[in-house]
Ligand binder design. Structure first.
Ligand code: NDP
Length: 379
């Protein structure tokens, strides 16, 4: 039986359990987030479900505001940068932006702006779209050899004639602030401190700084890319969650997602995770960023969200995550799009740059972002 909605949600199912609680043939007897039985009462779950099942009133999820968390991290980074400055150290980030891809230009500009805001040194190198693999390798080698460059960011995607893997593997692992180098991925797998991919690291910061329990939680990561899904799953596993990784070949995806206390959506499909896929009270981290420009699609997704629809009509496009906006009425906590994971991705790039500057000078672990560090996450 699927989670019932609307009028029928007020009637008990054949197992004698309100359909809002009943997400399978046999409804679970315990709150899987807190371990309490339903009768004994789990405050978060009871409140959400009583309201869902009883009056039919919708309880909005707690919004996990990425901008607020980013600002906390920036405040911590500023303190660390001041301490480093006292020792004559100014961390620096070099960004390589190939060609004229407008989305890449926006991303790189916002990363450079963040460096300027924090007082981190920044350089932008802009090879033409016709650049060759050898030219890119020469550029990376030059940046590797510069002592004032602590972090190297190669904005993806690279043009098709460039061997992306060779270029990324040429970056000195000590300067690999994107965390894409196999050495850093290996460190993550084996639970050693290193530079961790920014978006998954940002998701961990959101969970930890919002007080979401991770240890023992059932976490479902939808997406298995090298830059989001895989490192995300590893970070959650190191933080002692029980992790399931889903992808395009997963059978009964809604059923798997429904078992999760924590859902991470990193799919690249607009509004794909629907409200009746999500366990009431679950935490949902929406990594997806999808720009909707089609009127019919906007009307379908935002049928019950007039403000978003009005935004679409005014601007001709609107952003949506991989999670349907209706999930906010079922989840216990959710990240918004925009303003959720996105700001944390840039914050973690800044944190990684400062961390790289310190580690390259033999100065050990850092405070900001250290919650994300695998070593810190292990008991
Ligand atoms: P990829 O395209 O590299 O990976 C997408 C993953 O989703 C794949 O593992 C794919 O499975 C899986 N997938 C695709 N379709 C389905 C489906 N129908 N059912 C189940 N799984 C499916 O994307 P990324 O990981 O790079 O990015 C994911 C999303 O996150 C995008 O929307 C991107 O824009 C966003 N993003 C946001 C960032 C931020 O800062 N907020 C940063 C980075 C990304 P399979 O492997 O089988 O093909």
């Amino acid at each position: 039986m699927k989670l019932a909605r609307g009028r029928s949600a007020r009637r008990a199912c054949s197992a004698g359990v309100s359909p809002a609680l009943c997400v399978g043939k046999k409804p679970p007897a315990r709150c899987r987030r807190h371990g309490a039985t339903r009768r004994a009462g789990c405050a978060t779950m009871s409140r959400k479900l009583a309201l869902l099942a009883g009056s039919g009133e919708k309880v909005p999820a707690r919004i996990l505001n990425g901008i607020t968390i980013r600002d906390q991290i920036y405040a911590e980074l500023k303190q660390e940068l001041a301490a480093l400055s006292g020792d004559g150290i100014r961390p620096g980030l070099a960004a390589v932006l190939v060609g004229e891809n407008p989305a890449s230009q926006i991303y790189v500009r916002s990363k450079i702006a963040a460096c300027e805001q924090l007082g981190i040194g920044s350089w932008m190198r802009t090879p033409p779209a016709t650049v060759t693999t050898d030219e890119m390798l020469a550029l990376v080698a030059e940046l590797n050899s510069r002592d004032d460059v602590d972090g190297i960011l190669v904005q993806l995607p690279l043009p098709p004639q460039v061997d992306t893997k060779r270029v990324l593997e040429a970056v000195d692992p000590a300067k690999d602030v994107d965390g894409f180098h196999p050495v850093n991925l290996g460190r993550l797998v084996s639970g050693r401190a290193g530079l961790v991919a920014c978006t998954p690291a940002g998701c961990m910061e959101i969970l930890r700084r919002s007080g979401i329990p991770i240890e023992g939680a059932d976490a479902v990561v939808v997406g298995r890319s090298d830059i989001v899904g895989k490192p995300m799953a590893l970070l959650l596993m190191h933080a002692s969650a029980t992790v399931t990784i889903c992808h395009s070949k997963t059978r009964d995806l809604p059923g798997v997602v429904r078992r999760a206390d924590i859902v991470i959506a990193a799919i690249g499909r607009a509004a794909m995770i629907e409200a009746d896929w999500v366990w009431p009270g679950a935490t949902v981290i929406d990594v997806g960023i999808n720009r909707i420009t089609d009127r019919a699609e906007a009307q379908k997704i935002f049928a019950n969200f007039p403000a978003k629809l009005a935004q679409f009509h005014e601007k001709g496009s609107v952003l949506v995550g991989d999670v349907h906006p209706g999930v906010a009425e079922v989840a216990g906590a959710i990240t918004p799009v925009p303003g959720g994971v996105g700001p944390l991705t840039i914050a973690m790039l800044m944190s990684n740059t400062v961390k790289a500057a310190r580690l390259r000078r033999g100065r050990g672990q850092t405070a900001p972002g250290s919650l994300t560090g695998v070593a810190a996450a292990k008991p």
